[in-house]
Design a protein around this ligand. Structure first.
Ligand SMILES: Nc1ncnc2c1ncn2[C@@H]1O[C@H](COP(=O)(O)OP(=O)(O)OP(=O)(O)O)[C@@H](O)[C@H]1O
Ligand SMILES: [Mg+2]
Length: 331
């Protein structure tokens, strides 16, 4: 089966992680001592947070790492259920593994603890974080928590103070280019250094975006820098146009927000990137002038809220909702 490259090339050990030297050094020292503190991994998308946690788990637990490492996504279920779990009337859990269920299970390894990796922990409500704090205390002898987030400031202080914070930085263009060349070689793909630099330049320190772009470039057959810029650009511009039409013309919130989600997940764009992309798309579009002006105001509003620290997901849903409403006001 053809595995997507971001998974195929996810490093299986700490040595394979590009950049993040200070963090990798720290994690290595924890592996050496055989014990971990609770941790917060803070930093932008595609810089190796999940990868580093998995690599460390593999080094700590070897073969049994999968039983001793649980990855949960807080934003699938923003509320408290991801922490406490649901119980039906007979007291059975409803199938979703919660932090608490998993924390209760005894570790199946010689280290005496297992790891819970909570992705997008900054999306958890305050209430859920408070519940989590108690869970951390109750199960601290057998469970270590790693919270992954974009900004550690969104984590409540009592949790922060129980954790060692590791900051993940955007990976340097030189390191991204080097890694892209290595993957290209592995895939027997002809790629010049200039082309690898173009991929790095577009990706802005996000290795996931870089590898995804490389794979798209391989499919296209033309590996020149100009083609690479074109692929990166046109793919996104088309998606922005589509999101705009779905929201403003079809008033289809579900579909429009799916397009936006894909831009975030697959292309690694931030909330601000999306707002700017939509702005550019509206400027070029031939949407009727009054509708346009209202859309600009909604965009400006969303940009302001994001800069002020609003969460990407909530503000993007807000923006798409407003665009849908503007669409319906004109029909
Ligand atoms: N530092 C790195 N070294 C090598 N590959 C990396 C690195 N960071 C990311 N990658 C590549 O990008 C993919 C996604 O990385 P990862 O899941 O670790 O990102 P993340 O920091 O957890 O992002 P998010 O905030 O979106 O969860 C990996 O499977 C791997 O292929
Ligand atoms: Mg991750």
């Amino acid at each position: 089966m053809n595995k997507i490259w971001i998974e195929k090339y996810r490093p299986g050990n700490l040595d394979g992680i590009v950049g993040q030297k200070v963090n990798v050094e720290k994690l290595r020292s924890f592996v050496r001592t055989g014990d971990l503190p609770h941790m917060i991994f803070a930093g932008p998308a595609g810089t190796g947070k999940t990868t580093a946690a998995m690599a460390m788990a593999i080094e700590l637990f070897g073969e049994s790492w999968k039983e001793n490492f649980l990855e949960l996504n807080a934003s699938n279920n923003r509320g408290i259920n991801v922490i406490r779990g649901h119980e039906d009337r007979e007291g059975r859990m409803d199938g979703m593994v919660s932090v608490k269920d998993y924390a209760r299970i005894m570790p199946s390894n010689a280290r005496g603890f297992k790891i819970i990796f909570l992705d997008e922990a900054d999306q958890l409500t305050q209430e859920a974080q408070a519940a989590l704090r108690r869970t951390m205390e109750i199960y601290s002898s057998t469970t270590r928590f790693i919270f992954s987030c974009n900004y550690s400031s969104q984590i409540i202080p009592p949790i922060q103070s129980r954790c060692v914070v590791l900051r993940f930085r955007p990976i340097s263009d030189a390191e991204v280019a080097e890694h892209i060349l290595t993957i290209a070689k592995e895939e027997s793909m002809e790629l010049s250094r200039e082309s690898a630099e173009a991929v790095a330049d577009i990706s802005g320190g996000d290795m996931r975006a870089a590898i995804n772009l490389l794979q798209a470039v391989q499919y296209s057959g033309d590996h020149s820098p100009s083609k690479i810029y074109e692929i990166a650009g046109t793919a996104e511009i088309k998606e922005f146009d589509r999101a705009l039409i779905l929201a403003l013309e079809h008033m289809d919130f579900k579909k429009a927000s799916e397009v936006v989600d894909r831009l975030v997940i697959d292309r690694g764009l931030s909330g601000i990137d999306i707002v700017r992309g939509l702005h550019a798309a509206i400027r070029k579009s031939d949407i009727e002038p009054l509708k346009k002006t209202e859309a600009f105001m909604a965009i400006a509003d969303a940009e302001f809220r994001l800069v002020e620290g609003g969460s990407d997901k909530i503000q993007l849903d807000y923006l798409v909702s407003r665009l849908v409403r503007i669409g319906s006001n004109f029909n």
